[in-house]
Design a protein around this ligand. Structure first.
Ligand code: TLP
Length: 340
């Protein structure tokens, strides 16, 4: 029985063609800035996002943290939507590495300009001064929802008018772009900086890119070094990123339609789907989710229990249309076995 891995879009393995591109990559020592493939990836990323410069980093987490380092000082506050990756899943790095306090606003990862205004405290010694607003698009924990462009622009503009740096955790910004038909550069425009991940839906084995102004990237580069993220012949992995940007963007639409099919099937079984998927993530309610996760493992379907009542499944390039049908029939089997 083939295992169908729906835990995350991070689980994909490089294709043969991607491996060939990696094997033949021209490389150099990137700590000296001499890796032509890394340099090319950074140029392509800057161009795609409409920013001056870019920095190849090991992960989305490192990209977000380098951005925080570049824009804040210890004791500053970083504002994020609730359930943001920066808050929940970066192992407290903002506090541990840069001494910042992460504060939340809005609900379900979304907020308005008025909520940004409200979240920025007046100048008063009691408060940690808000120095950065970090938004997340698509928003992971809400089921890969796209933060609509107009409210996003408004929230970013309010933060900027109040002197905050505005960062986008765009781990899945290509999903937002494909789902909306709006270019990545348009989604990036309201932000001083953004990260996007090559190792999620785009199917590369490693890597993210942080983009911003040349000055900002210079500061972030230092933070990357401090985190031990200076890689040497990194062109081997940058080549996978370049390959992914060239060949794996349009196909994200297939992941989105697969997620919708999965959501419909799951809903038909009587589970409540949190929000009908706009992109590649489906979150649904299940009693004793941790137990259900194990019941599905026994049937060769890997999922993620986010809490004991919420499960997440994610579509990606290593699950085919037929795998979705298969996964649905195995989930149906597990759900029926429960009701007996
Ligand atoms: N998310 C992972 C887990 O860490 C939860 C996943 O499986 O979805 N921003 C967002 C919005 C993310 O979803 C992730 C990864 C990151 C940043 C961090 O990327 P990595 O894993 O490359 O550090």
């Amino acid at each position: 029985m083939k295992t169908i891995d729906l835990r995350s879009d991070t689980v994909t393995k490089p294709t043969e063609a991607m491996r060939k591109a990696m094997a033949s990559a021209d490389v150099g020592d990137d700590v000296y800035g001499e890796d032509p493939t890394v340099n090319r990836l950074q140029e392509v990323a800057a161009e795609l996002t409409g920013k001056e410069a870019a920095l190849f980093v090991t992960s989305g987490t490192m990209g977000n943290q380098a951005a925080i380092a570049a824009a804040t000082r210890p004791g500053d506050a970083v504002l994020v939507g609730d359930d943001a990756h920066i808050l929940l899943y970066e192992s407290g790095a903002g506090a541990a590495l840069w001494g910042v306090q992460v504060e939340t606003l809005g609900t379900g990862g979304f907020f308005s300009g008025a909520e940004v205004t409200e979240a920025i405290h007046p100048v008063d010694v009691h408060y940690a001064p808000a120095r950065m607003l970090a938004m997340e698009n698509t928003h992971n924990q809400s089921g890969g929802r796209v933060f609509p462009l107009e409210p996003l622009k408004e929230a970013a503009a309010v933060a900027r008018d109040n002197g905050l740096a505005v960062h986008l955790d765009g781990a899945r910004i290509f999903n937002a772009s494909v789902a909306s038909g709006t270019p990545v550069a348009t989604w990036a425009e309201p932000f001083d900086s953004l990260t996007f991940c090559l190792s999620k839906g785009l199917g590369a084995p490693i890597g993210s890119v942080l983009c911003g102004s040349s000055d900002f990237i210079l500061r972030a580069h230092r933070a990357r070094k401090q985190m031990g993220g200076g890689m040497r012949q990194a062109g081997i992995v940058a080549a996978a990123g370049l390959y992914a940007l060239e060949h794996h963007v349009k196909r994200l639409a297939d992941d989105h339609s697969n997620a919708q099919r999965l959501a419909t099937g799951i809903q038909d079984l009587g589970f409540k789907v949190d929000a009908f998927p706009e992109t590649n993530i489906v979150i649904f309610e299940v009693e004793r989710a941790e137990e259900f996760e194990k019941e599905l493992v026994a049937r060769g379907v890997l999922t993620l229990a986010l809490t004991n009542s919420l499960m997440r499944v994610v579509t990606h390039m290593d699950v085919s249309d037929a795998d979705i049908d298969d996964a649905l029939s195995r989930i149906t089997g597990a759900a029926k076995a429960r009701s007996h």
